[in-house]
Design a protein around this ligand. Structure first.
Ligand SMILES: [Zn+2]
Length: 269
């Protein structure tokens, strides 16, 4: 019988109760669920931010140093969205908006763009540099759930679902906010990439002593990666939320840019 003393024995994905510590990292342990094979780190951010709310000189420098990180993906993401979605007049919500750069692209296409960003530092920077008002309330917060049900034509979670404490709750909440006929898009690291699979093998052969590249995939830092999905797992999770996957065409530059990621779209019937 499970002891229920270890909060991480409960699988975040299928909620079965006998996940076990499987891959020991320098900081933290990856738990594995024997039922659905989900891998997740024994770390949660919780509800309190450890950041300063005001934008200090250090904070501004830090954001500036990372401003171009992943930025090249946004125009490609816009093209993906435009495969299925007409943006003029659309209501959109970007969950994990970062500095709001993707929202700016949506606005240029005539969409109304709202955004959620838990990092106070990023919200402050986005306001200062782009004049955007990002929301701190997460998608499952009453702020959205009671005032914005079935509101959005488009919702996006770019590089987000691997960061959240509870991915099932985040996507369930997102599905509630989506209009019937609306579309949700996400991308997230792919657990089936060679370096992850090789790391699993090396770890097994070394009797659990060598994590190899696994520590590159996870981080116990605030807003770090807490879970890495397989395509099958994240697709099934979207379906559990009542969403229907839609084929995404990745060609040329997009195919190269997203080669280590899973990119999914789904619509709400
Ligand atoms: Zn599970």
């Amino acid at each position: 019988m499970p002891t229920h003393q270890d909060p991480f024995s409960r699988c975040k994905l299928c909620h079965e109760d006998d996940s076990t510590p499987t891959y020991q990292l320098g900081k933290g342990v990856i738990y594995r669920c024997p039922h659905c094979d989900f891998h997740f780190l024994n770390h949660l951010d919780g509800t309190t931010s450890k950041e300063e709310a005001s934008l200090s000189a250090d904070g501004r420098r830090y954001i500036k140093s990372r401003i171009t990180e992943g930025e090249h993906l946004h125009p490609l993401r816009l093209q993906l969205v435009q495969q299925h979605c007409s943006l003029a007049g659309a209501m959109s919500l970007d969950i994990g908006a970062g500095l709001g750069q993707f929202m700016l692209l949506l606005q240029q296409q005539g969409a109304t763009a709202l955004g959620i960003e838990p990092s106070a530092l990023r919200r402050a920077y986005s306001h200062e540099v782009y004049g955007l008002e990002l929301n701190p309330q997460l998608a499952d917060d009453d702020y959205w759930q009671s005032s914005y049900p079935e509101t959005f034509d488009l919702m996006t979670l770019w590089d987000v679902i691997e960061h959240v404490d509870d991915p099932r709750s985040t996507l369930t909440a997102a599905a509630t906010l989506l209009k019937p006929g609306g579309l949700i898009y996400l991308d997230t690291p792919d657990r089936k990439v060679f370096s992850y699979r090789l790391s699993q093998i090396v770890n097994r052969l070394s009797g659990g002593t060598i994590p190899l590249f696994l520590s590159h995939f996870y981080s116990s830092l605030h807003y770090g990666h807490k879970q890495i999905f397989t395509r099958r797992q994240i697709t099934a999770l979207l379906q559990d939320c009542g969403l229907v996957p839609v084929p995404v065409l990745l060609d040329g530059p997009a195919n190269r840019a997203f080669s280590r990621k899973i990119v999914l779209a789904a619509h709400k019937p």
